[in-house]
Structure formats: C-alpha cells, structure tokens
Design a protein around this ligand. Structure first.
Ligand code: FES
Length: 96
C-alpha cells in the first residue's frame, strides 16, 4: 500500500516576497532543488547539492519560534518538519 501523500506547506521569502509553497514529502530531493525549481536565482546552488559551495545557505524559522537558524538548503530534506516554517533566502549572497 503506497504511503499517504500529505501536503507540506511553508513560506519561502526572497527579496521581500513571500511565496506560499505546497509540496509533498520527497517530491524534491532537497529544499535546494525545490528553490531552484521555483525561483531563478543566479548563483544559487552552484555545486548542485554537493555541499561544497555554500551558495544555498538559507535561514529557517520554525513555527512559533522567534529565532532563525542558518542551514544549507541542499542538506534540508522536504519532509513534514518543514510544515509552517519560514525559509528566507538571503537576497545578496550570490554575486561573484
Ligand atoms: S548547493 Fe552547494 S552547498 Fe548546497
């Protein structure tokens, strides 16, 4: 019997715009691939998720938490723990 598909909803914030994301567990390999699929950001995720470039760094704030933590989006799996989180993509980290 296939696993139930539950919707995962969270906010993606980039350059002051708040994008509501509705996805499913394992629909994307990581949050980095999800972001790359939704937003065209020059220089974001240039090592394609190998964990070596640091250009996919985002700030994630969990629901009801005032503090954000900085993580690599390619290390962040798309699962239920993202529900109601806010993920902010820094606007000016990707210029070389
Ligand atoms: S894509 Fe390079 S560190 Fe995440």
């Amino acid at each position: 019997m296939p696993a139930e598909k539950s919707t995962i909803c969270f906010s993606l914030v980039y350059k002051g715009q708040d994008y509501r994301v509705h996805t499913y567990r394992n629909q994307y390999y990581s949050v980095m691939t999800l972001i790359a699929d939704h937003l065209a950001i020059d220089g974001f995720g240039i090592c394609c998720g190998m964990g070596s470039c640091g250009t996919c760094r985002v700030n994630i704030r969990e629901h009801h938490s005032p503090a954000a933590r900085s993580v690599l989006a390619c290390d962040l799996r798309v699962d239920d723990s993202l529900s109601h989180c806010t993920i902010e993509i820094p606007a000016n980290l990707y210029t070389y």
